[in-house]
Design a protein around this ligand. Structure first.
Ligand code: ATP
Length: 594
């Protein structure tokens, strides 16, 4: 604030100095020039030079004062936005396209910074100068001042009309820019699919259509801007022309000296730029207001998944995971549908590996997401060691329960950093910490059968690129699994994270998981018979409830729906090239038994 105030003061003083120059001119015209005393002009001319130089210096000072604070405000707003995006629940991100968030974080905040350090300062200073300048004009000659003032009234009227229309277009344009960013992001992200299906041209034409809408909005904005410019250019000129006629008549009648007339027009000339800039500044301020609104759309979004006021704490839970009469429905789910999860009851004992099976779309992924509060239950509770997961802070809960997903996201960082993401305490430089980090990394990579990481060009320090694109799907999944394992959780929730592995590798991963993480509870969404067979018990999700829990063979014997689900999983496996699934399953059964 002090820097902005000082900058505005510098701009103000610079313009006030500009307003004093006409007064000196009046002295020159009415004094030395009228008297024919050329020598007396020199000190007054030097004074004009001095005033001009000071004005220039003050303008430079104005810029210099706000550069630092302007960028600081921008950086702080960007950090606040990023922190908020991290904090907001997954349901928020389901609703908001990434391009809209991106355009807010980048272009909107850049616009706000430019307005704060340039628009705000100049608008403030210009408004004061227009007020002071018109006051000076009135004091020089009230009649001329009044003509100038009355003639400018249409300008305020045009400005007021402009404001309403321009705001609307400004919002539309910035939202369309966000949509465009989403389109670019999606097509870059999905470039392989677009190319594989030869849909590049289609994507281009839909992108063109979006770009065209944005262009049309920009043209409408420019048209509105052009309209206000007409008023801004014509009104002062008409006012000056009228003043000139009346001024010359007053001078001819001896009611005004020539010096005063010169000073009047020189003052009006100084006011020309502040008046002309009104339209530009108004448009700029409206764009900045829209950008600010869009920023606060996010910042004011209510987070429905928050930490409790008095959180419970458990240093090392045993790992009993229980679903107790759990109900859940997505916010945007139509009313005609019942709850997706409709009274789920399930207890996974400490150290047990429980497979979760069900038809596609039955809600398995949703059920796993409730364990770490990616979504909150809409009824009932999920409990860790008998304590509602909502009673822990989210940070603690996510330390106790780690997740790995089918869609393995890796960040643009080294293998090491990706795998140790959930262990920030291992990031230190001390030798003991580094040795422990190395040990955890080794163990996690071994369990996840991700030894290939050591053969990468720079070993575990290899950067795996945007979303690990340079790795195969199976390699990415194994690193994501290693990440979940390295977090040393009490409960491991795996949402089909082994789908891209061949059956034999999957069996090795699960065998390692069992031996090394014997005291870790695991809930695994299974899409393959092989995964099911390696679990201690299996839970069957059907019509929003867990309708059967038991070993694979018990369920095969007792549940017709289970037999149906397993046979459809086997069909899937055969269709996806897993022709030897049965054989592999057989050998794994033996391995598991041994
Ligand atoms: N973010 C969401 N918003 C609204 N509905 C959703 C959302 N995610 C999933 N759904 C819906 O909820 C239902 C269950 O989805 P879920 O992903 O939990 O099923 P699943 O059993 O894991 O399926 P699959 O075996 O195919 O992975 C589906 O009908 C899906 O369309």
């Amino acid at each position: 604030m002090p820097a902005f105030a000082a900058s505005m003061a510098a701009a103000l003083v610079a313009q006030l100095i500009a307003l004093t120059i006409p007064q000196v001119l009046q002295q020159i015209v009415d004094g030395p020039l009228a008297d024919g005393d050329a020598s007396a002009v020199v000190p007054l001319a030097l004074l004009v030079f001095g005033l001009g130089a000071t004005e220039a210096l003050l303008y430079a000072l104005r810029r210099w004062l706000v550069v630092g604070p302007g960028t600081k405000v921008e950086a702080r707003m960007r950090n606040a936005l990023y922190a908020k995006l991290q904090d907001l629940p997954v349901s928020f991100h389901d609703r908001w396209p990434s391009g809209q968030l991106l355009s807010r974080a980048v272009s909107d905040l850049g616009l706000i910074r430019r307005w704060l350090s340039f628009g705000l300062v100049l608008t403030g200073a210009n408004l004061v100068i227009i007020g002071v300048g018109v006051g000076i004009l009135m004091s020089m000659n009230w009649m001329l001042g009044l003509i100038f003032l009355v003639c400018s009234l249409p300008l305020w009227w045009a400005g007021w009309r402009f404001e309403g229309r321009y705001s609307e277009k400004s919002r539309l344009s910035q939202d369309q820019q966000g949509d465009l960013a989403t389109a670019v992001e999606e097509s870059v992200h999905g470039i392989r699919v677009l190319k594989a299906f030869g849909r590049g041209k289609h994507a281009l034409s839909s992108f063109r259509a979006q770009a065209e809408s944005l262009r049309r909005t920009e043209i409408e904005k420019a048209r509105l801007d052009a309209n206000i410019w007409v008023w801004i250019m014509v009104v002062p000129t008409v006012a000056l022309a009228l003043c000139l006629v009346v001024g010359v008549w007053l001078a001819a009648n001896g009611q005004l000296t020539v010096g005063e007339l010169v000073a009047f027009f020189a003052t009006a000339a100084v006011l020309a730029w502040p008046i002309e800039s009104i339209g530009f500044m108004l448009a700029f301020a409206l764009d900045a207001r829209t950008a600010t609104d869009r920023f606060f759309d996010i910042l004011d979004s209510e987070n429905t998944i928050v930490d409790p006021a008095e959180p419970k704490h458990d240093e090392r839970p045993r790992g009993e995971l229980a679903f107790s009469n759990v109900h859940f429905r997505y916010q945007d789910s139509p009313d005609r549908f019942g709850d997706l999860l409709d009274g789920v009851e399930l207890v996974v004992e400490p150290g047990e590996t429980m497979a979760l099976v069900g038809l596609t779309g039955s809600g398995k992924t949703t059920m796993t997401a409730l364990t770490t509060r990616l979504y909150d239950v809409t009824g009932g509770s999920v409990e860790l060691d008998g304590v509602d997961v909502r009673a822990f802070t989210r940070e603690e809960l996510r330390r106790h329960i780690a997740m790995a997903f089918e869609d393995a996201t890796l960040f643009s960082a080294s293998v090491r950093d990706n795998v140790l993401l959930g262990r920030p305490e291992l990031a230190g430089d001390e030798p003991a910490v580094q040795a422990e980090a190395e040990r955890v990394l080794d163990e996690a990579l071994r369990i996840a059968q991700a030894g290939f990481a050591y053969d990468l060009p720079e070993g575990v320090d290899t950067k795996v690129g945007e979303e690990g694109m340079s790795l195969s799907g199976g390699q990415r999944q194994r690193l994501a699994l290693a990440r979940a394992v390295a977090a040393k959780p009490a409960v491991l929730v795996l949402d089909d994270p082994l789908s891209a592995l061949d059956v034999a590798t999957e069996a090795r991963v699960e065998a390692e998981l069992r031996s090394v993480l014997a005291d870790t509870t695991a809930l695994i969404v299974a899409h393959r018979p092989s995964t099911v067979m390696l679990a201690d018990r299996v839970a069957l999700l059907e019509a929003g409830r867990v309708t059967a829990v038991g070993t694979h063979s018990e369920l095969l014997r007792e549940s017709e729906h289970y037999r149906f689900v397993i046979s459809s999983l086997e069909d899937d496996e055969r269709r996806h090239g897993g022709g030897d699934a049965d054989e592999a399953s057989e050998s794994m059964r033996e391995e598991a038994a041994s």
